[in-house]
Design a protein around this ligand. Structure first.
Ligand code: FAD
Length: 445
């Protein structure tokens, strides 16, 4: 008899798991349930769509029920799993049409993702108070933007999604205010000089930045009109909440072990605390090689890899995650930033005896007058072990590939001294004989 695998949630982690199972050639009966009507929506395209940098959302999906069913899966869309009996190994689900399912499994993969953090402030139910997690959320915002009287948009949360949306609303002619209780933007991933450069970029394009202020209340009659913070109040026609994500783990029902924020605790094989039950993507915790501890990092890149690992292990192969570094990037009006691992302030907060080195130079040899830009590099390392803990780069030039090397260096616990004489090629079309990675590493004490 073929093995029965159920996947709950079929977005990035779930789709990766399903494709891995379906492409394996193994005799498996695989069923997926998803509460939504679409799958594989790339949220990263929301800002590009709102800002008019892409013509429509069609390209933002890379899979569908039809594609997965053609490969042999049974896919129930609009069908929410309401409970799981981990002892009897059954899943109970209900479709919006009213159909009810009770299905048994040999292996279960939970890929139920995350939900936007909602702040406990009054007025959240006013019209034009929005989240931007789902395709439907983005569609709703785009529809509302057809109203030209909607002029002022306030974004709460200056992480990478808030900053991307600030650019997007500005590109479509709105007056944008970006509010955060932190003292800088992108504070989870970047240290001050980088955050400041992004802030200058945003202000240069007319975005009002309001930092060190905490939103306390939304005011308005039916539709939101004001955002009230502990220090001021701001007129607005729409508010977008980008205050982070929390793992969606209600189905674990206090039975599966969880991390401090409620994410499922998983082994490197994506196994939960119950045999034959795996978890992947935003609903699960990750092992962070930079901090060398369990962490929560909600990214599509982690979701896809962990979905593949969960599926391989559910199929009976033995595959372990090498852990993650939280590598990320952002590009706002041509200012590109990439980072991996720990920022200096986070490393110090975690108790490392951390230091950083900075170096700034042009990407290419000076005699190349076109398509050349300055690059700022910042490497964080531990003074006692010399281990590379993090790296950040920023430029108008596309420096994104450099961060992958630092990601590997952190994963493999490479010393900053190893980077000093690392063989880095030189060709004037690409870079300089004195590479900024070498030069920065040489600055380490
Ligand atoms: C605006 C925006 C921009 C982003 N940009 C980037 C980026 O540039 N790079 C990056 O790496 N990441 C980005 N992310 C993060 C990325 O989208 C998430 O990390 C990713 O979606 C996680 O995938 P997932 O499959 O684990 O979870 P989710 O995408 O949250 O999907 C979970 C799925 O489970 C289903 N589900 C939940 N509960 C049930 C249930 N009880 N029964 C049935 N189905 C259920 C849901 O309907 C959903 O389809 C962005 C996110 C947003 C919102």
């Amino acid at each position: 008899m073929s093995q029965k695998i159920i996947v709950v949630g079929a977005n990035h982690a779930g789709t990766a798991a399903l494709n891995t199972i379906l492409d394996s050639g193994k005799d498996v009966e695989v069923t997926a349930f998803d509460a939504n009507s679409n799958i594989s929506f790339l949220g990263c395209g929301t800002a590009l769509w709102i800002g008019g940098q892409i013509s429509g959302p069609e390209g933002l999906f890379y899979s569908s029920r039809e594609i997965l069913e053609k490969k042999g899966a049974r896919v129930h869309m609009d069908t929410k799993v309401s409970s799981i009996d981990f002892e009897r190994k059954t899943v109970q689900a209900k479709c919006v049409s009213g159909d009810y399912y009770e299905q048994s499994y040999d292996k279960l993969i939970l890929a139920t993702g995350s939900l936007p953090v909602s702040l406990p402030v009054r007025g959240m139910d006013l019209h034009n108070v929005q989240y931007v997690k789902l395709y439907q959320n983005a569609e709703d915002v785009i529809k509302k933007l057809k109203n030209q009287h909607l002029k002022k948009v306030t974004i709460v949360g200056a992480g990478y999604i808030g900053v991307e949306l600030a650019e997007a609303f500005c590109r479509c002619g709105r007056e944008v205010t970006l509010i955060d209780s932190a003292s800088t933007c992108l504070s989870s991933y970047y240290d001050e000089p980088f955050s400041r450069r992004m802030e200058e970029n945003l202000e240069h394009h007319g975005i009002r930045l309001v930092f060190r202020e905490t939103v306390q209340e939304l005011e308005g009659q039916e539709t939101v009109q004001k955002v009230v913070t502990d220090k001021g109040s701001y007129d607005t026609d729409m508010v977008i909440f980008c205050a982070g994500f929390r793992p969606n783990t209600r189905l674990g029902n206090g039975i599966l072990e969880t991390f401090e924020n409620g994410a499922y605790l998983v082994s490197r094989r994506q196994e939960t605390s119950i045999p034959d039950v795996y978890a992947a993507g935003d609903c699960a915790a990750v092992y962070n090689n930079a901090s060398q501890r369990t962490d929560y990092i909600a990214l599509a890149s982690n979701a896809v890899r962990s979905g593949m690992i969960a599926a391989q292990n559910a199929l009976g192969r033995d595959i372990s995650s090498p852990g993650v570094q939280g590598s990320n990037g952002i590009s706002i009006w041509n200012l590109k930033m990439v980072s991996t691992g720990l920022s200096l302030k986070k490393a110090i907060r975690l108790g490392y005896e951390a230091a950083s080195v900075d170096y700034e130079d042009y990407q290419k040899a000076g005699f190349l007058e076109t398509d050349n830009s300055k690059v700022l590099i910042h490497i964080v390392y531990d003074k006692s072990s010399r281990r590379v803990l993090g790296a950040q780069l920023c430029s108008e030039y596309d420096i994104s590939m450099a961060v992958h090397m630092f990601s590997l260096a952190i994963q493999e616990q490479v010393s900053i001294d190893t980077l000093k004489l690392l063989d880095l090629f030189f060709l004037p079309h690409f870079n300089q004989p004195y590479n900024y990675i070498t030069m920065a590493a040489f600055r380490a004490e």
